[in-house]
Design a binder for this molecule. Structure first.
Ligand code: NDP
Ligand code: OXD
Length: 313
């Protein structure tokens, strides 16, 4: 098979670095130049313009620039070709760092200490062991399992929830609709690492948060969302923080991104905000992986990290 050309398409960041790295081995066309070019075999995309991919008559494979592929499924003209997502050690490591950082900050009362420091207050609150706290990870996939492993080594009790049964040593696992409420009822700190699909959209809402456990030394339930913003209802999180359903939250993702300056989430003393930066795709690490995959595909080998087109992730 001939060495296929690449269309690089993104609406949300400057693609120059990606272009530089990918064009070391293949011809790369930047959209809009490549639109409807019959010589394009691969599309490397992040939030591409809707219907752009439908115009490529010989497209064989779509590569997502991130682990999430909801941006591809949101395209009404998505062609029926394989989609490859990012699975990479450094992305997984970044996400593990983010999750462990946020869990430890809530566990070690970062909100309280930052408020005390503002007031120059010298007060030593009681401490409790990590083993008293259970962290529930919604989405026990590549990222969820890696974070679970490190949290387990720190002594936290870990629950995991997935669509299908996903046993993991040391983790209490739950699956599907039937497993959701028991999972939440056993969880103090909820970490959301789900993909955004029609089944998960809006799942992190007030009634779900109500089901979390609150009988721990933390003094309340905590939400950490680094999956996708449209998994959650921003207004429900505010309501839950205001009536004590939630004690605190760390949010990396939001229903609308960038988070509008008018959002009440920005100024909330119990919310820790990062701008969708829990685990950033590094072109220097990921472009060679994509190029390797293209070479393998052209040798007739199977593609790795394929998205299940039916499940949408
Ligand atoms: P995976 O596909 O490896 O794992 C997804 C997990 O979610 C699986 O355990 C899957 O279940 C579970 N899941 C999917 N749908 C459902 C459902 N309806 N009910 C219950 N469980 C469900 O994905 P990754 O771990 O690689 O990534 C997860 C998400 O993290 C990405 O989709 C992306 O949105 C987000 N992300 C965010 C980043 C950031 O910077 N904020 C960076 C990178 C990723 P099963 O195991 O049964 O298939
Ligand atoms: C991803 C992301 O999906 O950065 O990789 O959000």
């Amino acid at each position: 098979m001939e060495k296929g050309r690449i269309l690089l398409a993104t609406t949300s960041f400057q693609p120059q670095r990606w272009r530089e790295l990918l064009s070391a081995e293949r011809e790369v066309v930047l959209e809009p130049d490549g639109a409807s070019d019959p010589s394009i075999t691969y599309a490397v995309v992040w939030k591409q313009r809707p219907n752009l991919l439908a115009s490529l008559p010989n497209l064989r494979v779509i590569f997502s620039i991130g682990a999430g592929v909801d941006h591809i499924f949101a395209d009404p003209g998505r062609p029926d070709v394989p989609v490859v997502k990012v699975v990479a050690d450094n992305l997984t490591q970044y996400m593990t760092e983010y999750v462990v950082w946020r869990v430890l900050d809530h566990h070690r009362q970062g909100v309280l200490f930052r408020a005390q420091q503002q007031k120059k207050a010298w007060r030593d609150p009681p401490q409790r062991p990590a083993s008293d706290i259970s962290v529930g990870i919604m989405g026990l996939g590549t990222l969820g399992r890696a974070a679970a492993k490190v949290l387990l080594s720190l002594g936290f009790a870990i629950n995991g929830w997935s669509r299908t049964e996903r046993p993991m040593p040391g983790v209490s696992t739950y699956a599907g609709d039937a497993g959701l409420i028991p999972f939440l009822n056993a969880t103090d700190i909820l970490v959301v690492l789900l993909p955004l699909t029609p089944r998960t959209q809006g799942i992190v809402n007030y009634s779900l948060l109500k089901e979390l456990r609150r009988r721990n030394g933390l003094g309340g339930a905590v939400l950490i969302n680094a999956g996708r913003g449209r998994l959650q209802k921003d207004a429900d999180i505010l309501r839950a923080l205001e009536d004590g359903t939630l004690k605190e939250a760390s949010l990396d993702v939001f229903e609308v991104e960038p988070l509008p300056k008018t959002s009440r989430l920005w100024g909330h003393p119990k919310i820790f905000i990062t701008p969708h930066s829990a685990a950033t795709s590094d072109p220097a690490h990921l472009a060679p992986i994509m190029l390797r995959q293209m070479d393998a595909y052209e040798r007739g080998e199977a593609l790795e990290n394929l998205v299940d087109l039916k499940a949408g992730y």
